[in-house]
Design a binder for this molecule. Structure first.
Ligand SMILES: [Zn+2]
Length: 343
């Protein structure tokens, strides 16, 4: 969902990248900072690319688990949002991939700087790109791996603690550790320079204090609902055996389950929507299929429902859309012969 102060930039590998107004303000802050125009420009480009590489590290692993990731550039850096992972281990890989990607970029920078031709090595642009890229990618990745929640290292630390302590205690230890380390960083004067860093420290401290005051969780504690997965498997089996009524019944039961992962919920709604279309619950089917990806199967089911309900203008829109062309051409002709015989 696009927020009012956000702009969609582009998609790479089906991962949307958005930028918030706050990121624009951050850039403005850097350009206003005085300093040499060349180094500010290089800095902004290196930082933006490095943030994107870091977030794409998270996003590509999240996409591998089909968690629909998206990336946002905001006032304090980047953020990769995605559906809830089904297992802690998946989270570990998704979280570690961000700093991992940053360290790889740092390594690549170092190798390039070693083997670059002499003319590059004396070029001031090249030198500033190399030094900034090493600083950002190696330095920030290492800082990001400190056990300070909600940095990546802090999130990994929390998942580790959850293996040894009960959730409530694990959360407390997570947030107190973060506050103690932040306090130490401030005391040893690592934070005095640059107001962005001060804002970051205040934000992290505030996040930890409010998490402690909520006496709760930095993120949901996973309790896998094995019953829901079982129900989904049974519903899919019934659907494959063309027992639409049974598939719809199981799909409705699945909707009543709690603590279900996003992917199971989504697949459950798909089976439910397709089954409802088959048994003639057309209006219901359309609501269940609303947010599904437009596969040929989903498109056909929507056409069938809109036709049965006589919602002609929506049907015409669908028939004229890109989605309809995902249906194989032979089947398209058959469908048009039924719903639009006059054309
Ligand atoms: Zn990260």
């Amino acid at each position: 969902m696009l927020q009012p102060m956000e702009l969609h930039l582009f998609d790479i590998a089906e991962i949307p990248v958005r930028v918030s107004l706050w990121y624009g303000l951050l850039l403005l802050f850097w350009f206003q900072g005085g300093g040499n125009a060349r180094s500010t420009l290089v800095w902004v480009i290196v930082v933006t690319l490095s943030i994107l590489v870091h977030e794409f590290g998270h996003a590509i692993v999240a996409r591998f688990y089909r968690l629909r990731p998206s990336i946002l550039l905001h006032g304090l850096g980047g953020l990769c949002n995605h559906d809830r992972a089904e297992r802690d281990l998946h989270d570990v890989f998704i979280i570690a991939a961000g700093p991992g990607a940053g360290l790889l970029l740092g390594l690549a920078t170092w190798i390039v700087s070693l083997y670059a031709p002499f003319s590059w090595k004396i070029n001031p642009w090249f030198l500033s790109v190399v030094s900034m890229s090493l600083y950002v990618n190696v330095g920030w990745s290492v800082v990001n791996l400190l056990p300070i929640w909600p940095l990546d290292g802090g999130q990994l630390y929390r998942l580790l603690l959850l293996r040894f302590f009960k959730p409530v205690r694990a959360e407390k230890v997570t947030h107190y550790t973060a506050l103690v380390l932040l306090g130490a960083a401030v005391a040893y004067g690592q934070v005095s320079r640059g107001s962005i860093l001060v804002m970051l420290v205040i934000w992290i401290a505030w996040s930890n204090v409010s998490a402690l005051r909520a006496a709760g969780t930095g993120a949901p504690v996973r309790t896998t609902n094995k019953g829901a997965k079982q129900l989904l498997a049974e519903a899919e089996r019934a659907y494959d055996q063309e027992d639409w009524r049974e598939a719809a019944r199981l799909g409705h039961l699945l909707r009543l389950e709690r603590n279900v992962s996003d992917s199971v919920t989504r697949e459950g709604l798909l089976v439910l929507g397709l089954s409802c279309a088959r048994i003639g619950d057309h209006a219901e089917a359309l609501t269940f299929l609303r947010d599904q990806p437009t596969t040929p199967e989903v498109v056909e089911a929507r056409i069938e429902c809109l036709f049965a309900l006589g919602r002609d203008s929506e049907l015409d829109q669908l028939l004229a859309s890109e989605s309809f062309h995902k249906v194989p051409s032979v089947r398209r002709k058959e469908i048009l012969g039924i719903v639009r015989p006059e054309t």
